[in-house]
Write a protein that binds this ligand. Structure first.
Ligand code: GDD
Ligand code: MG
Length: 358
């Protein structure tokens, strides 16, 4: 069994984080997200993974290599220009041997891939689509199906108020090789806007696999923070101890200003008068100065927070430096190696990026 993880998107909604780190390598609980996905695939018995990439592929190749470190076999296929979510599959056709999983590279979920495979075996057809119910389906692919699960319509990102259903495409497919016959070669093709509608129009069977699993698309800053909150609270089952956790957690236990849940990597220094938490993740080598306050935020590696600075509901990429007494408003996203001046006040929702290295 093979899996194709789509990792070619530019991650525009996560900028400026994705100027320095491609979206699949954005860390979740201090580990590149794609590594979590690989673990899930491994647990489902999948060893053969194809990665259609294009945006900053080297960062992915450098981390995973040929996959042997994970006891897996990884094939990279780099797109010169983005081929879209279906074009990317067509482009790796020569590597596909039978039916295969397709995973959007930015989805955190507790979905049981083996159970989905069993469902597909029962139902047959060209493929099975994992669906999830959401309150606001308009920013997703809406999937309409009958009582037996047979899909009758796939409507990608319908205008608000015109959603035909609240069951949305959760970005995991199990597809038969036959689907490739519905994808033209050599151009950008969207599986959501073009291929699935075409398969349905041809009268072929696609089946909906709706579950109540934990599910979130990490591609937006607010979701990225929500995902961390959910992992820290245990709502999303990733093996994280409750309370104060991580390789650097032990050093923070007993610290009067650390309010759990907090997850910290090695070599983290938190001043005795600083306040950290709840819902804070600190990457390796972070330092939090005297009287600084960090709440509801994710700090990547080597982030330095000056004395008296306050950070709330923010994401700070590796190497960011926050000057003393600076204030980082809620929802702010700070890019790699960016410095915020002492005393600087960032409005809520600020995005402060490094010079674009596109
Ligand atoms: N190789 C490659 N080439 N990968 C791509 C390309 C491309 O041209 N374009 C996008 N991808 C990858 C992205 O990296 C991501 O992992 C995945 O395909 C989906 O792209 P997103 O840009 O994240 O799409 P979305 O979140 O707006 O919508 C998709 O996901 C929703 C669920 O999260 C759609 O599949 C929706 O139907 C779905 O509901
Ligand atoms: Mg997405």
């Amino acid at each position: 069994m093979q899996a194709i993880v789509l990792v070619g998107g530019e991650g525009t909604r996560l900028r400026p984080l994705t100027y320095g780190t491609p979206k699949p390598m954005v860390p979740i609980m201090n580990v590149p997200f794609l590594a979590r996905t690989m673990e899930r695939l491994y647990e489902a018995g999948i060893r053969d993974v194809i990665l259609p990439a294009g945006y900053m592929p080297q960062a992915i190749v450098d981390y995973f290599g040929d996959g042997s470190r994970l006891d897996m076999n990884i094939t990279y296929v780099i797109e010169e220009t983005p081929l879209g979510t279906a074009g990317a599959l067509k482009n790796v056709e020569q590597h596909i041997t039978g039916r295969f999983f397709v995973l959007n590279g930015d989805v955190l979920t507790s979905l049981d891939l083996r159970a989905m495979l069993r469902y597909h075996d029962e139902k047959g057809g060209v493929g099975a689509l994992h669906l999830i119910r959401v309150d606001d389906p308009s920013s997703f692919g809406c999937v309409v199906h009958d009582g037996g699960g047979r899909v009758s319509a796939f409507v990608e990102k319908p205008p608000k108020g015109e959603e035909p259903t609240n069951e949305i495409n959760a970005g995991t497919y199990l597809l038969e090789r036959e689907i490739l016959n519905f994808i033209p070669a050599g151009r950008n093709v969207s599986i959501e806007r073009e291929t699935f509608p075409k398969v349905i129009a041809a009268g072929k069977d696609l089946y909906a696999y709706t579950t109540a699993d934990y599910w979130i698309d990490l591609g937006r800053p607010e979701n990225y923070l929500a995902a961390h909150r959910d992992v820290l609270s245990g709502a999303m089952p990733l093996t994280v101890e409750p309370g104060i956790s991580g390789n650097g957690g032990e050093a923070l236990k007993g610290h009067p200003g650390v309010v759990p849940p907090v997850h910290a990597d090695e070599d983290v220094v938190v001043d005795a008068s600083a306040k950290v938490g709840p819902n804070v993740v600190l990457g390796r080598g972070c330092s939090i100065g005297a009287n600084a306050v960090v709440r509801e935020s994710v700090l990547w590696e080597r982030v330095s927070v000056g004395s008296g600075a306050t950070i709330e509901e923010a994401i700070l990429a590796s190497g960011a430096t926050i000057g003393p007494k600076a204030q980082i408003g809620r929802g702010s996203v700070i890019g790699h190696d960016v410095s915020v001046d002492p005393g600087q006040v960032l409005e809520p929702g600020s995005r402060l990026g490094p010079p674009v290295r596109a």
